[in-house]
Design a protein around this ligand. Sequence first.
Ligand code: MD3
Ligand code: FE
Length: 208
Amino acid sequence: MTTRIEIAPGVVHHPGWLDRPAQEALLADLRAVVKAAPLFVPRMPRTGKPFSVRMSNCGALGWVSDEKGYRYQPAHPETGEPWPAMPDALLAAWQALGSYPHPPEACLINLYDATAKMSLHQDRDEDDLNAPVLSLSLGDTAVFRVGGTSRGGRTVSLKLQSGDALSFGGPARLAFHGIDRIIAGTSTLLPQGGRINLTLRRVTRPPP
Ligand code: MD3
Ligand code: FE
């Protein structure tokens, strides 16, 4: 049984998309990814203020942020190495849920400890805004918030549990969204607790 809940136009929640064995297998893939592409602490453009989440990426392109700005680049900001390949399970999730005829180019990995959060923002660093963004959650439950396309509008809040998928396309692609908090102790997947969020994205406009 797979449930599909449209929580707002273009925002589709798939609770329990990955069962526990699939979550464990994906976690093993991600351990190999972060061994090759170590977690880094992104910093805010201009101010250099560190984010509370740590990040890495896999796929052809990775999202990075530092004093110079937000951008996608083909290499790790600290090692200079290309990002590791995207695990097959992620490509399969995109094929099943992405409803987009071109493959994803970037998978951003966000690691939250119990105190990390992400303030409301839009994702607009991609050239191809026709493609959806697909998110997968692993580990502790997060309180996620999503609004409309202008700051200060009404928002709705949703708990994201380990194994949940959430896709954002069409009218939701430029919605404001963020993570209010992590609820510690809600999952046994990660031995140290915390949460991993993966976002699969198309970055470049596909060839005609
Ligand atoms: C709505 N990540 O990496 S995932 C991000 O849980 C990000 O780590 C959050 O926001 C996290 O940029 C939220 C859900 C999500 C991801 C991308 C979106 C929602 C989105 C893009 C457009 C609209
Ligand atoms: Fe985002």
